[in-house]
Write a protein that binds this ligand. Structure first.
Ligand SMILES: [Zn+2]
Length: 157
């Protein structure tokens, strides 16, 4: 999934916690940013594999599926670390535990959704913008639109 899809989906889930009175709108946005930052492991993996730093090249390599794609952060190690971190943070601050826990686990849920459903669809938009490669599947665009609608509903209804 692209960063914007993680952001929108996590913001929708975080806004439910806003409605329930657990976190503020500002923390909901931080939570969505946390969800996007989980994919920073791809940049680190790129630097290790290609032995150089380039955000643009790392992006394009990821989009073209030339990296392994699932580092420790996306596996059992990451799940255990973030579950423990969420648990420890919850002892001090429930809102921040929600931000970290929801940010990470919603990222994994969206990635799982991508792997079992969206990745299988063939039709996609391929384009390059400022040197950044984009290969967005129609199903991901549909997912984004649905998430934007439900995000709107949870905020304004
Ligand atoms: Zn991911």
């Amino acid at each position: 999934m692209y960063p914007h899809s993680h952001f929108i989906a996590t913001l929708f889930l975080a806004e439910i916690f806003v409605r329930l009175g657990y976190i503020s709108h500002r923390l909901a946005i931080v939570c969505a940013i946390v969800s996007v930052l989980v994919d920073f492991d791809h940049l680190i993996e790129y630097c290790i594999v290609y032995k150089r730093f380039s955000f643009k090249n790392a992006w394009n390599v990821c989009v073209a599926n030339k990296l392994h794609g699932r580092t420790a952060v996306h596996r059992v190690f990451g799940i255990v670390v973030f579950a423990l971190a969420t648990l420890i943070i919850s002892l001090f601050s429930l809102p921040w535990a929600i931000v970290i826990g929801l940010g990470y686990f919603s990222h994994l849920a969206v990635d799982l959704l991508y792997n079992v459903w969206i990745k299988k669809s063939e039709k996609m938009v391929k384009t390059k913008l400022l040197g950044f490669l984009f290969q967005i599947r129609y199903t991901e665009v549909t997912f984004d639109i649905i998430m934007l609608v439900v995000l709107y509903l949870v905020i304004y209804m």
